[in-house]
Design a protein around this ligand. Structure first.
Ligand SMILES: CC1=C(CCC(=O)O)c2cc3nc(cc4[nH]c(cc5[nH]c(cc1n2)c(C)c5CCC(=O)O)c(CCC(=O)O)c4C)C(CCC(=O)O)=C3C
Ligand SMILES: [Fe+2]
Length: 425
């Protein structure tokens, strides 16, 4: 793909995202019938709230994951530089408030509870709070949207372990909203941000007319994960598909990036790159790293890239992985290389994103049955209930929910209306 004359509008106009509501015969095998839920659980990563929390938080995150002490030491400095406070909790409080307001505006009477994997409020305490308030049928919405162990199975395991440890396994039903990477509510803010970012970089190069687009690269950035996890993402006995790049995680990002570029600037070159690698050096993770890639395309022997639009496609909010690894490190690399760069916002509390989350809730509830499941890639809409064993945990099986053949998390002790479960025709 090369540009001499730009193949794209330079006035900031974007083409509409190609949204499909066609059912996917493959993933509909993992659908649940509409259900009368009585609470939403907003589940997230969690982060420290002060300097004293930093080390205990990092120990929570890395427990049993084989992350070297030097890496923990290194990452602790990122948090220390922010006063020990991760932006993620504040962002989740804002998201919860925005979701509550949007649900109320839509006339949907569902309370929203918040629980984290790695910091207070912890998921087990939140499940207990939900139960004590009399709710029995819970729909979990996670702030992590793609398929891989860290983004999907680990959340399902944390609920499985929490239900088991709190003794609520037979008393509380917890289902999960599909991985929603390709829901238009998640993708639309990136379309808007990428178009604006491209306009800014063109202007910085003195080429608002797009005449230097051949020197601009859009870099879609996501969290690196170990190759073994990447290969196991979305893979299971029941999954008939093979995925581009050998990984559902990779394929989902590539498909999203294509959808965004088709809407924004079909003539501009782009790449998928990775960030925030941890783990021992001899263990292979997804590459290229964003900083290495910037050197490769813009350095002395590079391809002459002079402008970069950095799109944090893997993330829902501007938390530490964005604020540090992109805004501090990657933008610094761009400066060193003389590359004009902008970092596009994450969905955060963008109105399209919040409205999209309410749509995702509505497609699952019997209260306001919606059968459309919009998606902007051919991979989705993703499964409501995962295929057996998908996104394998190589460190040993744990109790898990929202997986075919697994009963855990499907029972409740009866306050809320009995809800039929099973795949829809
Ligand atoms: C796929 C993915 C997402 C995106 C999906 C999602 O959002 O869930 C994500 C998000 C996040 N990751 C975060 C922070 C950390 N992740 C770590 C470590 C790791 N992440 C991994 C993967 C992912 N991580 C993996 C494979 C590891 C290695 C350890 C392991 O195999 O489990 C470590 C340990 C130190 C280090 O190695 O960096 C920290 C501190 C924060 C909070 C930021 C804040 O505080 O604002 C967020 C949102
Ligand atoms: Fe992480």
């Amino acid at each position: 793909m090369s540009a001499g004359s730009p193949q794209t509008a330079v006035d900031g106009a974007v083409a509409p995202l190609a949204v499909s509501t066609a059912p996917n015969p493959v993933t509909s095998a993992g659908r649940l019938a509409p259900t009368e839920y009585d609470a939403i659980l907003l589940a997230s990563f969690g982060g420290p709230e002060g300097q004293d929390d930093v080390i205990p938080f990092l120990r929570n995150v890395t427990r049993g994951r084989g992350i070297p002490d030097e890496r923990l030491e290194e990452v602790s400095h990122h948090y220390r530089a922010f006063g020990g406070v991760s932006p993620i909790n504040g962002q989740n409080r804002q998201l919860k408030a925005a979701l509550e307001a949007e649900l109320a505006a839509a006339g949907i009477d569902l309370p929203v509870y918040w629980g984290n994997r790695n910091w207070e409020p912890y998921i087990p305490a939140t499940l207990q709070e939900i139960y004590d308030a009399g709710h029995r049928t819970v729909l979990m919405l996670t702030t992590s949207v793609y398929s891989c162990y860290s983004s999907c199975r680990q959340y399902r395991e944390d609920i499985g372990v929490a239900l088991t440890e709190t003794g609520l396994a037979e008393r509380l039903r917890v289902d999960k909203i599909r991985q929603y990477f390709d829901h238009p509510g998640f993708v639309a803010p990136f379309v808007e941000g990428t178009a604006a970012g491209l306009a800014t970089v063109r202007e910085a190069l003195g080429a608002a007319d797009g005449s230097r687009d051949a020197e601009i690269r859009v870099l879609f950035s996501t969290h690196s994960i170990p190759m073994r996890d990447a290969e196991a993402a979305g893979r299971s006995e029941g999954e008939p598909r093979s995925f581009e790049g050998g990984s559902a995680y990779v394929a989902q990002h590539l498909a999203n990036a294509r959808a965004i570029m088709a809407a924004v600037a079909p003539g501009v070159k782009w790449d998928l790159v990775y960030q925030s690698r941890s783990g021992a050096p001899h263990i292979p993770w997804l590459e290229p790293d964003i900083n290495d890639h910037l050197h490769a395309i813009a350095g002395a022997d590079g391809e002459g890239v002079k402008g970069a639009v950095i799109v944090p496609l893997g993330f829902v909010s501007d938390h530490m992985e964005v604020a540090w690894d992109l805004d501090t490190e990657a933008l610094e690399t761009c400066k060193e290389l003389g590359v004009e760069a902008v970092r596009v916002p994450t969905p955060g509390v963008h109105r399209d994103f919040v409205a999209g989350l309410v749509e995702l809730i509505r497609e699952r509830t019997a209260q306001g049955t919606v059968t459309d499941r919009p998606h902007v890639t051919e991979l989705g809409p993703w499964y409501d209930v995962c295929r057996p064993g998908c996104c394998e945990n190589f460190r040993g099986a744990k109790p898990v929910i929202a997986e075919e053949g697994v009963e855990l998390g499907t029972a409740h002790d009866g306050r809320s209306p009995a809800a039929g479960k099973g795949a829809e025709a």
